[in-house]
Design a protein around this ligand. Structure first.
Ligand SMILES: *[C@@H]1O[C@H](CO)[C@@H](O)[C@H](O)[C@H]1NC(C)=O
Ligand SMILES: *[C@@H]1O[C@H](CO)[C@@H](O)[C@H](O)[C@H]1NC(C)=O
Length: 510
């Protein structure tokens, strides 16, 4: 018996060693919410015996076995609590410029870093490079130089410039635009908006960020292929969605939905907060607009509307609020500038989550089955909020329409026990998968390394646009049709001409 145990142990150790991959993760974007989402997956890869080297702005505070940081911390300002609670067309245009500028700057910061330079100078060998798919493809150049296959990661739905390179069809008739309102059943107006903004973002990305990144790479390397070409060669994309929430999407086999892996096992709440929630007779409404939005920059009338609506309710309120006091000093409110969101949402007394619909919070809400009242502001929040409403996870309210009356109505809907029962059911469906989200993310990462000599990308990602859209076929068939119609017309006019000539001759004879 003992011998068998030792043998099993020996084999599993051996097996693990065979499977152990040397992985480089490159995260040049400094948004904290993005990295918070990826971190559990990176740590789990290390935990399962892979050797991780992670370039990011967020080094681990305590050393983790198999996890090595290359820190960019301090090189760029971290985005947290900096965005005002406001959205308009102008802010959407601005998001475009903001993303392109940071995408361009982050590439320079990445390539300038001495420790990053040591990687390519020492010709480090990696089995796989993990690259965040957001506002820069700079790291694809680095992966190319290191000669390693790439797995892409997102912390949100696809951005406009991703569809083409992954061969995912973008059709404004049923595919939401990440930055806009509206889900799978848009109005004509929304389809026009989508068409304009989809193209705006694609061309902006092509001609600013991607070009700047290529120029930055050219300062260090000769012969890096165009980044668009490298993007088409990404082996797998781990997309942070899952269809019970985000709806059915048409994805090729190398685009995997792995939404949900960041949600940790809930921990015990801090004492005071636990008491506040435990002792709530009628339950709790949790309000948070995330780590990127400053609730204190909210216009006074909107804040008053929120306070008025929630003060009429018997529920207690837990509010992420950056200041010490709230206008009107309402009772029954627990305020703090930092709250353990996942642990709060896991508490059975929490009835509603009033949120800006960031991907982290939305995922945690469906994970724990807490009805959501979404008030999207910017980035991917409008399309997340549309998914929340369509999936039945919650309802949404647009910030510009926010009044105490409307908010009360919406809260009434999500506080309804029948609504909550359906959300619990949706949450069960969310968890009902052949593998957990984490296992699935790790599985496809390892699969990508094992099969790196193969491509499972759809041909739609590499065939020229004129073929993809069948313009050449239309041109050929159109020419034939034109030729036929033209000859028919000629024949008819010849016939009618000869007829009139005959008639003329007849007339002359008379
Ligand atoms: C693991 O990564 C570290 C840091 O990049 C590197 O120094 C080390 O050689 C790697 N180990 C293996 C076994 O590849
Ligand atoms: C891919 O092919 C090369 C050359 O045939 C081989 O050396 C390598 O081990 C293969 N990689 C994998 C992951 O099978």
């Amino acid at each position: 018996m003992k011998f068998i145990h030792i043998l099993v142990l020996f084999i599993s150790v051996l097996f693990n060693q065979v499977l152990s991959l040397n992985i480089l993760g490159v995260f040049p974007y400094q948004g904290k919410s993005h990295f918070l989402l990826f971190a559990p997956y990176l740590k789990e890869l290390a935990n399962r015996g892979h050797n991780l080297t992670v370039i990011s702005h967020f080094p681990q505070e305590k050393p983790i076995q198999n996890y090595h940081d290359i820190s960019l911390a301090g090189k760029t300002k971290i985005f947290e609590d900096v965005f005002p609670v406001y959205r308009s067309y102008w802010t959407i245009f601005q998001i475009g410029f903001f993303l392109m500028n940071t995408g361009s700057d982050n590439c320079v910061t990445l390539l300038e870093d001495e420790n990053v330079q040591n990687l390519w100078k020492s010709k480090a060998k990696f089995d796989l490079v993990l690259v965040e798919q957001f506002n820069t493809d700079c790291a694809l150049g680095l992966a190319h130089v290191l000669g390693a296959p790439v797995v892409g990661l997102t912390s949100h739905v696809l951005c406009p410039w991703h569809y083409e390179v992954y061969g995912v069809q973008y059709n404004p008739a049923y595919v939401a635009n990440v930055f806009l309102e509206g889900g799978t059943k848009p109005t004509l107006f929304q389809r026009i908006e989508r068409t304009i903004f989809h193209n705006y973002f694609i061309y902006l990305y092509k001609f600013t960020c991607r070009r700047n990144n290529e120029n930055a790479l050219a300062q260090y390397f000769d012969n890096v292929p165009p980044l668009e070409e490298l993007a088409r060669n990404i082996k797998f994309l781990l997309l942070y969605t899952n269809f019970p929430l985000s709806g059915p999407g048409l994805f090729p086999p190398n685009v995997r939905e792995v939404g949900g892996y960041h949600v940790a096992k809930p921990k015990e709440l801090p004492k005071e907060l636990k008491k506040f929630i435990d002792e709530s007779e009628h339950g709790v409404i949790y309000i948070s607009f995330g780590s990127m939005l400053r609730a204190t920059s909210m216009p006074q009338d909107k804040l008053e509307a929120i306070m008025e609506a929630v003060s009429q309710l018997p529920q207690r309120i837990v509010f992420k609020w950056e200041e010490k006091i709230l206008p009107g000093n309402p009772k029954n409110i627990y305020i703090s500038n930092w709250l353990p969101q996942n642990d709060i949402l896991a508490h059975p007394n929490v009835l509603v989550f009033y949120s800006h619909c960031g991907m982290l919070g939305t995922t945690e809400a469906i994970h724990h089955g807490v009805p959501l009242l979404g008030m999207p502001i910017f980035g991917d929040q409008p399309s997340n909020a549309a998914s929340v409403e369509e999936s039945g996870l919650g309802v949404q309210i647009q910030f510009k329409e926010l009044t105490a009356k409307l908010l009360s109505e919406k809260l009434k809907i999500v506080l309804n026990p029948e609504f909550r029962r359906k959300v619990k059911e949706l949450s069960r469906i969310w968890h009902d998968r052949p593998q957990s989200a984490m296992d699935s993310a790790i599985y496809w990462t390892e699969f990508a390394a094992r099969t790196s000599n193969y491509s499972f990308a759809t041909p739609a990602s590499s065939i020229p646009l004129y073929q993809y859209r069948s313009w050449d076929v239309i041109a050929v068939l159109g020419s034939i049709l034109f030729a036929i119609l033209y000859s028919v017309k000629q024949t008819i006019s010849l016939l009618t001409k000869s007829k009139t000539q005959q008639n003329k001759r007849k007339l002359k004879k008379k």
